[in-house]
Design a protein around this ligand. Structure first.
Ligand code: PMP
Length: 445
């Protein structure tokens, strides 16, 4: 135990915290705690290193404990802890928005701040509805998501999202929501490297919904460029282009949820840039502040901002916002993070590492129970055959074995998802993938 971890009190009561998206009973019987983080690693309370194969939850792209960010937060806290942005402003929020707009895809230069990916999703959907209404097309109320899509846990994002267990516990969701089919075609695309070859035609399901309901009822389509939380589904070649063309043909807004694909994860500032398809609205969070302080944002095309703002008769234009929209500490963290992002060229680092990463991840092919491997940018997904009658149990066992061997991976169902900080080096890639391979072997033995 070193000096820093020794100073961290060990919790003696785990009862009060109702942990999110967790098996609370299992955790509280077998706690795995993280007490410190630096660079590529976490440390347990007794000082054991856990190499971070997931950038926290897809969010610490620049690695942990970056002084440039933590010091910016401390400086800002000393100057001004909080100020509202309703009918008032403070300089850091404006600067943070301008810095975000410097790296968003061309034309998406108006930025609304939130505190999370979930809030960004709901904000984007509400802006889409307000936009159509401002233009006299108030009949466009239908929102379209995709099976297996994840857009957080607010009622908007949960409804447009398409992950069954996240929806089924909560009764009635938003009305007027439809879903496109997901893009996972294991028979045709298993073990694809990068973008799979087959499935662009799945986008045509949007034409079918237009035929069914009429374009004049459809406000927006929201998709993740690469679906992450559902287990890494990389868009087939040509799919997003086709979705874009259908949206254009029918006046439907295209929203990209870039909460995990933003800020360099795919080897470009945003997935939109890497994939060559520009949405009308783009949501982000996580990497925006390197997760040091919660913050999300929604970037929209100037024409959308203009329609909503100029369409109002005067007074408040958009009846939406959060107490903490543009919070000074978060804004300061975002500015410092974007500075690091630029100076260290995090997208360039991810791009340079991608071939090595791809090779490493696909080296797990042939291990017991591995039925598919997917990758794009610095993301990897390793799908395991479920244990008969016990979905999720196999991957969970692999996760626990990896943790105990000093590597953090993430599981969703029976898929192991990898997304290391973008500063990862080759020997660390080897350790993450090597430890995962051993855990997969040991689980099967
Ligand atoms: N959208 C996507 C694509 C995500 O991956 C996530 C979180 N994993 C969210 C939204 C929700 O973000 P948050 O947990 O910050 O609300």
């Amino acid at each position: 135990m070193n000096e820093i971890t020794a100073a961290i009190p060990r919790p003696n009561n785990l009862d009060a915290f109702w942990m999110p998206f967790s098996d609370n009973r299992y955790f509280k019987a077998h706690p795995r705690l993280l007490a410190r983080a630096e660079g590529m690693s976490y440390y347990t309370p007794d000082g054991r290193e856990i190499l971070d194969g997931t950038a926290g939850l897809w969010c610490c792209n620049a690695g942990h404990g970056r002084r440039e960010i933590t010091e910016a937060i401390q400086r800002q806290a000393a100057v001004m802890d909080f100020a509202p942005t309703f009918q008032l402003g403070h300089p850091v929020a404006f600067e943070a928005a301008a810095r975000v707009a410097e790296i968003t895809p061309p034309g998406l230069d108006r930025v609304f701040f939130t505190n999370s990916g979930s809030e960004s999703a709901d904000t984007a959907l509400k802006i889409a509805l307000a936009y159509h209404k401002a233009r006299g097309e108030g009949s466009r109320v239908r929102l379209i998501g995709r099976e297996r899509g994840y857009h957080g846990v607010g009622f908007g994002g949960m409804s447009v999202g398409g992950i069954g267990p996240n929806r089924k516990q909560f009764g009635a969701l938003l009305p007027y929501v439809d879903h496109l089919p997901h893009t996972h075609l294991p028979q045709r695309n298993a073990f694809s490297r990068g973008q799979p070859e087959h499935g662009a035609e799945l986008a045509d399901a949007l034409e079918a919904l237009v035929a069914l309901h009429g374009a004049e009822t459809i406000a927006a389509v929201m998709v993740e460029p690469v679906a992450g939380s559902t287990g890494v589904l990389v868009p087939p070649r040509g799919y997003l282009e086709r979705l874009r063309a259908i949206c254009d043909r029918h006046g439907i807004l295209l929203i990209f949820d870039e909460v995990i694909t933003g800020f360099g994860r795919l080897g470009a500032n945003f997935g939109a840039e890497r994939l060559g398809v520009t949405p009308d609205i783009l949501t982000m969070a996580k990497g925006l502040t390197n997760a040091a302080v919660p913050m999300g944002a929604v970037a929209v095309k100037g024409a959308i901002y203009d329609a909503v703002v100029n369409g109002a008769p005067g007074g408040i234009e958009l009846f939406h916002g959060y107490t903490y929209s543009g919070h000074p500490l978060a804004a300061a963290a975002a500015i410092a993070t974007l500075e690091l992002h630029r100076r260290e060229d995090l997208p360039g680092r991810a791009r340079a590492m991608e071939p090595y990463w791809q090779e490493a991840v696909h080296s797990l092919k042939g291990l017991p129970n591995v039925v598919d491997i997917r990758d794009f940018g610095l993301i990897g997904g390793i799908e395991l055959a479920p244990r008969p009658g016990r979905p999720g149990a196999r991957a969970t066992e692999v996760f626990r074995r990896c943790f105990d061997a000093g590597v953090l991976v993430r599981v969703t169902g029976d898929i192991v998802a990898l997304s290391p900080p973008l500063i990862v080096e080759r020997h660390q890639v080897d350790r993450i993938v090597g430890t995962l391979g051993e855990a997969i072997r040991a689980e099967a033995a």
